[in-house]
Design a protein around this ligand. Structure first.
Ligand code: 7PM
Length: 274
């Protein structure tokens, strides 16, 4: 299975690592913005050197509990970074956004994959991606980021999410996005209790009925904190273990913060498999 990323071909026959790159200036002065962009460029280069197959750039508009970021703010944060990474490195760039305008501008700036935690739920998003002709990852989320962890409920978490993703895949195909450009993601932590997240990781294999590659993000997430009792900065071992379980259960791409460590773990998995 090959993902055609605007000419850059991504081979999904072996599991791949997507590196997470958050672009969130902690200062709103111009200086802060330039420093954030320099730091993002450095991190992207490091991730590529460490073996990331894709670098996912996000302006934190979609983070659980986060306040919404305005369109202009999100564009100012991510577009210069997409441009500079695309110019400087060979690594394919993915844009983590729910906003059609950001999708369009990011693809113009060199991004070749759209990662949307709302599964193209925004008005015009499906049509935008159909027009841009890039692959897209459709993630499941129950509720809205600010309140989704309040009391998430499912009949059967695996079956319900497969059904939701199946409907989103159909909507994308109906708009002219062919199946070979689509990926799905169960959305760990997005409107799910610990039990829901564990059931999803255990049952990940079932997502193969959708007939498209599965991407997962488990890196440093609170479910790992609940299991290990560790704060976010001490979740490396659990994150690598979670990535390995996901791959063992059929995931094609793992979205992680710690690229080098995850790439090593997957090399071992691959060596044993071969
Ligand atoms: C705070 C809480 C900050 C959670 C950031 C997050 C996913 C994603 C995110 C995922 C896909 C994080 C999340 N998670 N995109 N974006 N899948 N496709 O841990 O699981 O990075 S944001």
């Amino acid at each position: 299975m090959i993902l055609d990323c605007h000419g850059q071909r991504i081979d999904l026959d072996t599991p791949l690592v997507m590196g997470v790159l958050n672009v969130t200036p902690d200062s709103f002065s111009d200086g802060g913005r330039f420093i954030a962009a320099d730091e993002a460029l450095r991190q992207a280069g490091q991730m590529a050197a460490d073996g990331a197959a894709i670098v996912d750039i996000g302006g934190e508009s979609t983070r659980p509990g986060a306040d919404e970021v305005s369109l202009d703010e999100e564009l100012e944060r991510v577009i210069p970074v997409v441009e500079r990474i695309h110019d400087a490195f060979e690594v394919p760039v993915s844009i983590d956004t729910s906003k059609p305008v950001v999708m369009r501008e990011a693809v113009s700036a060199g991004a070749c994959l759209v990662n949307d935690v709302t599964a193209l739920g925004a008005p015009g998003a499906v049509e935008t991606v159909a027009d841009l002709d890039v692959p897209v990852c459709l993630m499941h989320m129950q509720g809205k980021p600010r309140t989704m962890q309040d009391a998430p409920q499912y009949r059967d978490v695996v079956a319900d999410i497969i059904e939701y993703l199946s409907r989103r895949l159909a909507a994308c195909e109906a708009a002219g996005i062919d199946r070979g450009r689509l990926l799905v993601d169960p959305g760990f932590g997005f409107g799910k209790t610990l039990e829901h997240n564990l059931a999803l990781l255990r049952g990940l294999r079932a997502f193969s009925v959708l007939g498209v590659p599965t991407l997962v993000g488990l890196s440093r997430k609170s479910m790992l904190g609940l299991v290990t009792g560790r704060p976010v900065e001490q979740r490396l071992a659990a994150s690598v273990a979670a990535a390995l379980i996901a791959v063992q259960n059929g995931a094609s791409i793992v979205r992680v913060h710690d690229v080098a460590e995850t790439v090593d773990a997957l090399k071992l998995w691959q060596a044993v498999k071969n």
